[in-house]
Design a protein around this ligand. Structure first.
Ligand SMILES: [Zn+2]
Length: 278
């Protein structure tokens, strides 16, 4: 073997060796990075409509329209994820995976039957388009700013399902009202019952509405909560959480349905109230 042949043989061996190791090298799976978005591909035949169903106007609800004319059965035909309130403000409404909950002012969580009447609701058939994980958030503000980075545009509506471990959770409820209704939500919400719990797991569900929605609905984020053990629920006020999985469903269709009640017909729109969570 002359020197040249020897040289070429070595080069050939090296090339073969590198090809071999390249093909046989085990695939390196990167650890899941915080905030890495997974786009969920959908089978078109199974895709649910991206429709935001909205019963009653937030502005009417703020102005003492605490009685609606739809029931739980009808709401379940409009979505499998929902938030809202029951007639006479008899508790916060939460629907997760088609299961409806009622968090009453005594801090208890019930599963109302199909006849339960609803004063105000937002609902959709949840069909996540993207999901990502967050290791830790120290509050509502940080969660909102992280989610904001993942929204395609703030000119659409979004639904959320956010499961995680909660170091602390503070939820609001509603004091049941009797007729004639005297106080509007502008007074009742700042004086709402507050429930707190530590070190447990659960799911926040809710919606984002663009700023242009004005007083028709809650502008920005509106989240409700139910614990995995179904013992704790309400309107999300503040929290600290870990190991969150955020699922997002964008919606570009909006349907609102108005109550056909005498109170609604005669409603005034004097008071305003917004949570201002953007
Ligand atoms: Zn709420």
């Amino acid at each position: 073997m002359n020197k040249l042949t020897f040289f070429y043989s070595i080069v050939l061996i090296l090339i073969l060796f590198s090809c071999n190791t390249a093909t046989k090298q085990p695939e390196i799976i990167a650890p899941p990075e915080q905030n890495t978005t997974t786009t969920i591909s959908k089978n078109n035949s199974e895709e649910k409509p991206d429709l935001f169903y909205h019963y009653s106007i937030w502005w009417a609800f703020v102005n003492k329209i605490f009685e609606g004319d739809i029931d739980a059965k009808e709401l379940k035909s409009k979505g499998d994820l929902a938030l809202g309130s029951y007639n006479f403000l008899d508790g916060e409404l939460i629907m997760l995976d088609g299961v409806l909950y009622q968090a009453t002012e005594d801090g208890k969580v019930h599963k109302p039957d199909n006849a339960a009447k609803i004063a105000y609701a937002n609902a959709t058939f949840f069909d996540a388009e993207q999901s990502f994980k967050i290791d830790k958030v120290n509050g509502y503000d940080s969660l909102r700013s992280i989610i904001n980075e993942h929204l395609t545009s703030k000119n659409y509506f979004y639904a959320f399902k956010i499961h995680g471990d909660f170091k602390k959770m503070k939820c609001g409820g509603l004091h049941k009202q009797d007729k004639p209704f005297v106080k509007g939500l502008d007074v009742l919400i700042p004086n709402r019952p507050v429930f707190e719990r530590e070190n447990f797991s659960g799911t926040m569900i809710g919606f984002f509405c663009p700023e242009f929605i004005g007083n028709i609905n809650v502008a920005g984020y509106h989240l409700h909560f139910v614990s995995d053990d179904e013992q704790f629920a309400g309107h999300v006020m503040e929290f600290e959480a870990e190991n969150l999985t955020v699922e997002i469903d964008m919606m570009n269709e909006y349907q609102f349905v108005l109550p056909k009640t005498d109170d609604y017909k005669n409603a005034g729109f004097e008071k305003e109230f917004q949570y201002k969570k953007k």
